[in-house]
Design a binder for this molecule. Structure first.
Ligand SMILES: C[S@@+](CC[C@H](N)C(=O)[O-])C[C@H]1O[C@@H](n2cnc3c(N)ncnc32)[C@H](O)[C@@H]1O
Length: 231
């Protein structure tokens, strides 16, 4: 879904300078210095308006959160939310997930969250899915040994696709659920998830843990395909 352009985007972004990282590539390998403290580094890809980011960061004050979102009109809402809550353990980067290895040194990230990413339903666009094996191989470059990807979606075909992609790239699956909230709300919901929950749409979730793995020689090495509007 395309986001409507926000009025006064630039001044609104400017008022969030405490949490907005304008030059994210400069922090590669030193993200913890930016927070001025140690702690696990968790990255959320496509944070949207930031409900999950903000509530998770509030619940885990010792964890450092970096929320990546390529659409500034969505990210500004998330930043305003986090600023209003006075959280000091979250920063935002306006960037594409395909640039992860430029943003993080090998092993720098302890966890990746992918929540309700765009499903890109046609085969032609499969490489744009954030759980496509080309993306998973990028994540491997920045994740610490034994680190996890936490994935949620309402999209059944995307979930089925992802359950095949994760093991094909050396991620062991656990906590696989096809109806996460079957017995009442579980964990912190994203903005999208809260809407789907109200509608009674089942939510799929899994955890993918990185294990030792060698890329097969015939692996498709092409970089993830970026949509035309990606920066
Ligand atoms: C369907 S929305 C879900 C937003 C939020 N995670 C939620 O569950 O409420 C997907 C979000 O991911 C962002 N996104 C999609 N592909 C991305 C990419 N390659 N890099 C960064 N953000 C991306 C979109 O701009 C959009 O805000």
């Amino acid at each position: 879904m395309r986001m409507r352009k926000k009025k006064n985007l630039a001044p609104r972004m400017g008022r969030c300078s405490a949490v907005w990282v304008r030059e994210p590539l400069a922090h590669r390998g030193h993200w913890r210095t930016l927070f001025d403290r140690s702690g696990a580094l968790h990255v959320e890809l496509g944070c949207g308006k930031g409900r999950f980011t903000a509530e998770t960061a509030l619940e885990h004050p010792d964890t450092l959160f970096l929320a990546i979102e390529r659409v500034p009109d969505a990210m500004v809402v998330a930043m305003e939310r986090v600023c209003a809550m006075g959280l000091t353990n979250v920063r935002f980067l306006s960037c594409d997930a395909a640039r992860l290895p430029e943003l993080f040194a090998p092993g720098e990230v302890d966890r990746i969250y992918i929540n309700f990413c765009d499903p890109w339903p046609t085969k032609r666009h499969a490489k744009r899915r954030l759980t496509h094996h080309n993306f998973l191989q990028l994540y491997r470059q920045v994740l610490a040994e034994g680190a996890q990807i936490h994935f949620k979606t309402d999209n059944t075909p995307l979930f089925a696709f992802s359950l095949e992609e994760f093991p094909s790239c050396g991620f062991a699956l656990s906590e696989v659920s096809h109806n996460l909230h079957e017995n009442g709300p579980q964990g912190i919901m994203t903005d999208y998830e809260a809407k789907f929950y109200e509608l009674g749409t089942p939510i799929h979730r899994c955890v993918a843990t990185m294990v030792d793995w060698e890329a097969p020689e015939d692996t498709d090495e092409t970089a993830p395909e970026l949509p035309a509007e990606a920066t």
